[in-house]
Design a binder for this molecule. Structure first.
Ligand code: PGA
Length: 231
């Protein structure tokens, strides 16, 4: 990806472990219907002011990508990928296998760190493999306690207390944390945690915030698109 466009905002849908194939297809169908009727969203995509990333569970990526077709500035992402490259590792989904399907991967989400014991060592390996296979890492951090890796393209700050609670972090605190993280030059900064159509604008209007990672409000295409509307 080319990241020269400084006015681009990235809005990422993190569906987590939700949706059957049928539910996901219904989402895509409705998403297409909404965006095709919405000149604001179409213009933001067309004029390189908006990039949308949809991150479903792994088995849904291919059928949904086929269904959506090629559309400017809309991509699929994975919610995770393996720390091993390939070989005899039953059940692992590798960067290599995902590389023709996705442009982005979420790595190090707090739910993986906290509930699935993901370590910095594993996270570092995943980021290196993403880079090797041309997948841009969206590294999720809980705060300054988590390492910022040089090979991450995006850093998504997601305060754990604010995830899925409706209690989004105020923008001044988010900007303060951004300054305390050791972001490398050119790294993009994303905020996530209880973002919805009512609060998204305050983050989007800040130049220092390059986009939003959206969980709960991304599960419904109407509420997700009402965030895209505000870009
Ligand atoms: P939320 O989830 O929008 O439901 O708070 C965000 C995330 O965990 O990525």
């Amino acid at each position: 990806m080319n990241y020269n466009d400084i006015t681009m905002k990235y809005v990422i849908a993190n569906w987590k472990a939700n949706k059957t194939l049928e539910e996901a297809q219904a989402w895509i169908k409705e998403f297409i219907r909404i965006i095709e009727a919405d000149s604001n969203i179409l213009m933001s995509l067309e004029e390189n002011r908006l990039t949308v990333v949809i991150a479903p569970t792994h088995p849904l990526i291919y059928p949904l990508k086929e269904m959506l077709g090629e559309r400017k500035n809309i991509y699929f992402g994975s919610q995770d990928l393996s720390s091993v490259e390939e070989g005899s590792y039953t059940g692992e989904v590798t960067a290599k296998s995902l590389s023709s399907l996705i442009k982005f991967a979420l790595i190090g989400h707090s739910e993986r760190r906290n509930k699935l014991n993901e370590t910095e060592d594993l996270i570092g390996k995943k980021i290196d493999l993403s880079k090797k296979y041309n997948i841009d890492t969206i590294l999720c951090v809980r705060g300054t306690q988590d390492k910022v890796y040089e090979n991450a393209v995006f850093v998504a700050y997601e305060p754990v207390y604010a995830i899925g609670t409706g209690n989004n972090e105020d923008v001044s605190t988010v900007l303060k944390v951004r300054n305390e993280l050791s972001l490398k030059p050119g790294m993009k900064f994303i905020y996530g945690a209880s973002v919805d159509s009512n609060n998204c604008r305050e983050y989007l209007e800040k130049e220092e915030i390059d986009g939003l990672l959206v969980g709960t409000a991304s599960l419904d295409p109407t509420s997700f698109c009402s965030i895209l509307e505000k870009v």
